[in-house]
Design a protein around this ligand. Sequence first.
Ligand code: SF4
Length: 182
Amino acid sequence: MGLIDDRFDKNIFITSLDFVFNWARRSSLWWLQFGLACCAIEMISASMSRFDLAERFGMLYRASPRQADMMFIAGTVTKKMAPIVRTLYDQMPEPKWVISMGSCANVGGPYDTYAVLQGVDQVIPVDIYVPGCPPTPEALYYGVLELQNRVIKYETMAKKQGVDAAESQRRADRAEAMAAQV
Ligand code: SF4
């Protein structure tokens, strides 16, 4: 142990678990492999070698919502597709975030028709809206950076509602899980 004796005296820092978890979450957002229309082509372009969205932010496409903690809504959300978008969102584990990409996902875009949802926030909560038709990869980058600023401030339930509330929620979750096993 002689090599590390007295080497760390000046290198100790104190932080919170929330910050460490959020730092890890922010630096490895894995997004659901999912696209709805032409905006998805721009999203794919942003993730390819020229713009390298995935590599720069530690991001990865995941083919299952259960392995994803982020979702780009890239394209026109039709009313037929809206319940499927909601189901995919529900299947993602907490905590999870949504970026609405492009005018169609934000507000229906040019399609003010009976068949198109006038904004994906009618079915799922949205964290960041990226405007444009389609947004450029640079705009999408900006949206991801804004989302990272949001993720680093994410507060656990214990911080928001108190330790007792978190504990009773944990107990309720455990009881529900045990009841499901019976
Ligand atoms: S916003 Fe424009 S580019 Fe994006 S899905 Fe709608 S029509 Fe296509």
